[in-house]
Design a binder for this molecule. Structure first.
Ligand code: IPM
Ligand code: MG
Length: 367
């Protein structure tokens, strides 16, 4: 089989971590008889530097012409960066939002699991970790505050800014169905997170989720207010299977969930539409402070590539092989700086490696 992959290396650590994911894809392709053709697509800061815009028509066309898109990270994260002197719709992040919208990538799946090998990197106490945890956040990605009408203007002599949070029932229904479908293949529990004690959009959210839940009598459906969910994630993360939530809540909770797994450098993500097409990217950011140093953790990107094999290409065996190789590499004690245990906890056999060596080690463990 042959697949066309659009590659958005992006900014910061993006190019380094994408290089490793491609390395692992090519290695797994060798074993399973799959070949990948990569086409670089410009987006984010690098696109601003080269074209003056964070996303061009050409880039969108390039993504559409691909079977799937693999992305590193975009943006500079520092207010000092020249990209952030630009108006908001010309900044790096605007490119990503526009691409999600253009490709209708409404379903963002972010699995957060604790590898037993990385227990030492988890900031939670042992009794909270218990038997570990394995959840997936299903985040609505093309609606809500991110895409509502916004403006900044003067009202009654005061500068006033407005963002609007809008959802229609259809947008809620399709993401809810996706979450219940995901739950069916897992432990069959959906926790829908909203703020129904305050927001109209959340009350509609809850009503539609309840309607969808009736179509899935085999899946347990529970509602949780977002403030409580933020607390429960650090109090008892093991209670969650599938967390279903709107765009902004999902953005915040997925960073929190990733941190309790030990490092945001471990978290993969898939952004999907109604077809097999998807955009696959690590949940973490561009980490400009460590860019170019060869120390970034490529595992989230490698695992995102595995998600691509599974969701877009139905290559479950190759996907499983990558996931197993990552687990084995950790098992053997290889760690990037972000998941390295503290000196006092260092056990024999744990060894710190850079970005590229981590990629090589994973390739060597593929079977
Ligand atoms: C994410 C990121 C993006 C988001 C930013 C870069 C716009 O934080 O994918 O979680 O908020 O969706
Ligand atoms: Mg985020």
């Amino acid at each position: 089989m042959e697949y066309k992959i659009g590659v958005i290396s992006g900014d910061g650590i993006g190019p380094e971590i994408v290089t490793e994911a491609k390395k692992v894809l090519d290695a797994v392709g060798e074993i399973y008889g799959i070949s990948f053709h990569y086409t670089e697509i410009l987006m984010g800061g690098i696109s601003i530097d080269k074209t003056g815009r964070p996303l061009t028509e050409e880039a969108v066309a390039g993504a559409r012409a691909s079977d799937a898109v693999l992305m590193g990270s975009i943006g500079g994260n520092t207010a000092a960066s020249p990209w952030y002197q630009l108006p908001p719709d010309l900044r790096p992040e605007a490119g990503l939002l526009a691409l999600r919208k253009a490709l209708n990538l409404f379903a963002n799946l972010r699995p957060a699991l604790l590898y037993p090998q990385l227990k030492a990197a988890c900031p939670l106490r042992d009794e909270i970790i218990g038997d570990g945890f394995d959840m997936i956040i299903v985040r609505e990605l093309t609606g809500g505050l991110y895409f509502g009408e916004r403006k900044t203007r003067e009202m009654n002599g005061l500068i006033t800014a407005t963002d609007t949070l809008t959802y229609n029932e259809e947008e809620i229904r399709r993401i809810a169905k996706r979450a219940f479908d995901v739950a069916r293949k897992r432990r069959k529990k959906v926790t829908s997170v909203d703020k129904a004690n305050v927001l109209d959009s959340s009350r509609l959210w809850r009503k539609i989720v309840e309607e969808v839940a009736e179509e899935y009598p085999d899946v347990i459906c529970q509602h949780m207010l977002v403030d409580n969910a933020a607390m429960q994630l650090v109090k008892d993360p093991g209670q969650f299977d599938v967390i279903l939530t709107e765009n902004m809540f999902g953005d915040i909770l997925s960073d929190e969930a990733s941190m309790v797994t030990g490092s945001i450098g471990m978290l993969a993500s898939a952004s999907l539409n109604e077809t097999k097409f998807g955009l696959y990217e690590p949940s973490g950011g561009s980490a400009p402070d460590i860019a170019g140093k060869g120390i970034a953790n490529p595992i989230a990107t490698v695992l995102s590539a595995a998600m691509m094999l599974r969701f877009s290409f139905d290559q479950d065996l190759a996907a499983g092989a990558i996931e197993a190789a990552v687990a084995r590499t950790l098992e053997e004690g290889y760690r990037t700086a972000d998941i390295m245990p503290k000196l006092s906890e260092k056990t024999r056999g744990i060894r710190q490696v850079g970005t590229s060596e981590m990629g090589d080690r994973i390739c060597q463990r593929l079977v």
